[in-house]
Every structure is written in structure tokens, then in C-alpha cells.
Design a protein around this ligand. Sequence first.
Ligand code: F6R
Length: 604
Amino acid sequence: MCGIIGILGKTDTVPAMLGALKRLEYRGYDSAGVAVLDDGQIKRRREIGKLQALMNSVGDDPIAGTSGIGHTRWATHGEPTTKNAHPHITSRVAVVHNGIIENFRDLRDELKNLGIICEGESDTEVITKLLDHYLQDGMDPVTAFKAMISRVTGAYALAVLMSGEKDLMLGARRGSPLVIGLGDGEMFFGSDALALADLTNRLIYMEEGDLAVLSHSKAEIYDKNDTLVQRKISFSHISGALIDRGNHRHFMQKEIYEQPTVVAQTLGRYLNPNTGTIALPAMDFSLANISKITLVACGTSYYAALVAKYWIEQYAHVSVDVDIASEFRYRNPVYAQGGLCLFISQSGETADTLAALRHAKDAGQHVGVIVNAAESSMAREAALVMHTHAGPEIGVASTKAFTCQLAVLAAFTVALGVERSVIETSRSRALVAELESAPTLISKILSDHDPIISMADKLASARDILFVGRGIQYPIALEGALKLKELSYIHAEGYAAGELKHGPIALIDEHVPVIGIAPKGEISKKTISNLQEIAARKGNVILVSDDISLSTEFKGAFIMPTAGQFIEPLVYAIPVQLIAYYTAVAKGTDVDQPRNLAKAVTVE
Ligand code: F6R
């Protein structure tokens, strides 16, 4: 979602701000802007569309200044127009904001009664005018900023410049992340560590309710009670080089190809191949006593949770509930006494998942996270943190983070089963050995998937596509459909193969491709029967399976390497990613930043 950069620098900040905005592009945005203090006066440029438009604008009509703030906006309140783009300014202040100010209408009415008119539909414009009003009333900058903050409800990360204040930048966080970067005679704000990569590696992650007053030489932080506090300094290893596509055409392609390495890297943190055992991070409760597990996540991470339900119930014999995070707390979930709630998130900042986590924590549940962004809010708020080691995921559509989530969930399942004495030592060894074989199998698919490329060329002209699977492949069918629709904008749905006859089969005709995911095994016989029913109705079936005897049974097939049954979902995630990727390439859509999507969804 929206991205923030703020720089109190020594030289002109505009090139560094544009570089930071470039690193923030992956979050998804529809307009961008920068503002600087030029001789104490606020100067601004804003453009809709890609960052290049802003770069052109700054090139055509340059602005410069040693302090500046910049923003990439993903529209929430108000359309993606130049008028609604950030920074919002008055003659006295410039503001960039991530999040949503919930009471902006009340504040706008209040300002209107004072004769102060807001021209756009943006909530940020309202708080900018409110701050300006307090300054005009004679408050000093910090008092005015605190006064403004005390009036707003909702979520925000803010960075603020004030005219005439060359040695001052203000920031605040509630609900949306904000990081302070400590430089050498320079200070920074960023919405994440990537924004500040190449600027500094000394970071302070602001906590909920924190407000920061930056000068060139120091960062003062006030907590939610307005008490001056010291926060821990972290050292970031993220470099701007990580957001380099290398020889790949898209970040998504690069990230798909990174999977053998990052899945192995992730498994390596949990598996001990010599003993065939799994070590989870220390926890202050016993897995043996957990009566129920609740898995909560959004989107692709939710599908990882669905796969885990099959794994945990089958292999560790613990009852699992799976919830979409945005539904979770509003349905008044019944928590089991001493239950474990696990939240799954690549970004660790997804607003709904974070709110669900806090709900479970308040209810006294054991709370764990499976998270990729190591310093994210979820990682800092959970008692049990299981990291995926996928590295930064830049493509908006999740790929390597998903397979790494599956790797951790598989390892968790085995550890849980062992802890509860339902998985014996020899079984644990066999499952660990299967997990270890996953990276090689993924490599094999990646090195030999030409049939998917020609398949995708044909899929690109379809209007609707179905993905079907049974059992643990059902969530992979859902993931395939999600990936395809978000990247190629083709309508796609995932179904449990056995459900088709209960309604969706009405959609089938010769124009609807149906991708059947059916690794060889007992349950695949049922899936194959369902696919035959589709073929009998002229459905255009494409089989994804390791059963070579079926390679000519349907109109199309992609033959997979044979994987151990336990790791099949991890391996079958790859062809569905490739199908979505190549179909989008064939359609010519924006693979890395599909329309309307944002990387970390930090608003509800
Ligand atoms: C789809 C995708 C999204 C995310 C979802 C949750 O390709 O990436 O569906 O999985 O927005 O995000 P995280 O995992 O960051 O909580």
C-alpha cells in the first residue's frame, strides 16, 4: 500500500527521495509526490500513474531542498487524482500519510464551520488543514502536531514538514508502520526498511502511538502517554540491490525461480537432517497440551492456512479452524481454553490479520505468527514467531512467501505430531526426508515447464477458467485461481472437484478451460472422474499430475515429477504459479504491480 519517505538531509533530497519511492513501488500505488523546503518555503510536485511521471515532472520543473517528504499513494479516500495525491500542503505544512482517518468527515465539518474549506475528498487533506489551523492559532510546531494527532481516530503513519523549519521533521504512527532511520547528521522516516535501504542501516521501528520529533542530530520519541522514551536501534541488512530483477523479466519470475533456494533456506532453520527431527523456536506453552488450533490469514496466506488444516488434522490429530482475518473478530469466535492461534502473513502488517492477532491475544490465547518480514508488527507482538526466510518479496502477487509458509507449516505439523506422540520417530524421519526433497523437485519443475508456456498462450484468450482439486490440493486450486485472476484479470475460480456437480458444472462448455490438479493416489481417482464429467460436457480439461498414464486422457496435461504425498501441496503450488505468470505475460498485463492491488494491505 502507500509508501512514505522523509529525509532531513545535508544535500538536495529529491534524488534520494525518488530512489526511495522507486524501492517502494512494489507496495502498489496509483500516484506519487514529493515536497521539499526550498529556502524555507514548501515546494511540491505530484503526478498520477507510475513514478516515471513524477520523475518527468521533477525533471521538467525541478525542485530542490535539503529536507523533503515523498509518498506513493494507493487510493482509499478519493480517486487516484493529482488533487488527492500526497503530499498535501498549505503554505505552512506538508503532510504524507498512510492509513485511514476515520473521523475525517467530522473534522472537515468542524473546519468548514471555521471557514476552512477542503477541496478534495482525501482524509489527509483534512488533517493537513487542521494542523495548519493550529499553527495559525499560534501553537509551536510540536504542540500543533500533538494537538492534531489527539483529534484523529483511525490508522496513520505520518511524516510532516513545516515551512521555515529546516531542522525539524515530525512523524507519528498508529496502525500503520513507520521506521526512523538514523544517519550521520541526517535523519529519515520510511514506511518500511526497504524505503531506507541505501540511506542508512540503523533503524528504529516506532511503536503503536509513538510520535517522533527529528532534527539533523537527534530523534526524540514520545510514546502514547506523551512520555519521552528510548527505543531499540536495529541494524538492517536489507540492501537496495535486493530489489533488482537480475536477468529476469519480472520480479515475480525471479521470485518463482528463487523458491528452491528460499524453501531450502527456510527448512534449514527448522529441520535437522541428521536426526530427522524438527526444532521450533522456544515457546512458553506445551504443544502437547494444545486442544485446538485456529489459523487466521488473508489471501494467499489464507490458502497456506487451508493446506495446513489438512496437514495438522491428518498428521498431528489436532482440530483446526481456519478463518479469513477480515471476518475473524467480527464473528465473535469461540476460543478453546488454552488454544493456539497462529497468524500467517508475508508482510506482518496486514491490518485485518494484525487486528485478529490482537483480538486473540486479548482473549488469552497462545499467539504465534508465521511471518516473512522479520521486524514487522506481527513479529513484534506475538509470543511465538516462526520466520519464513523468503527474503523481500517485491512482486505484488505472493509466490515464494507462500511456499515458504507451507514449508514452515509442514515443519510445524511434524513437530506438533511428535510432541503429541502421534508421529513416531521413524515417521518423523520419513517426513523430514520428504521435506528435504522439496527444493530439488521444485527445481526440476522450473527447469522443464515449456508445456505450461504454450498452455498459457491459449489460456490467455479465455474469459473464465476453473481450477479444481480434492483434499489438500483443493487449497492449491484456490491459490491457482487467485493468482490467475489477480495477474491476468481473467475470471477464475477454484473448486473442490467433488463440488462441481452441485452447481458450478453449469458453467462448463467448450470455452471454459478447467485445470485439474491431481497427483497420483487414492483421492486422484475421484478427481479424475470429476474431470471426465467435465470433458463429457466439452469442458477443456488440462491435467496437472505425475500420472504419466493419463497424459493423453484430456485435452492438455502437464506431467509433474513424483513427490512424496506429504509435500505434494508445496510442489503443486509451482505449476499454478507458472500458469498464472505465463498467462499474464501472454496477455501483457502488469505482472509485478497488477491493477488495484497493494502489497501490504494496511487498512481494513
Ligand atoms: C496474493 C497475495 C495476497 C496476500 C494477502 C495477505 O497473491 O499476495 O492475497 O497473500 O494480501 O498478505 P500478507 O501475507 O502480507 O498478510
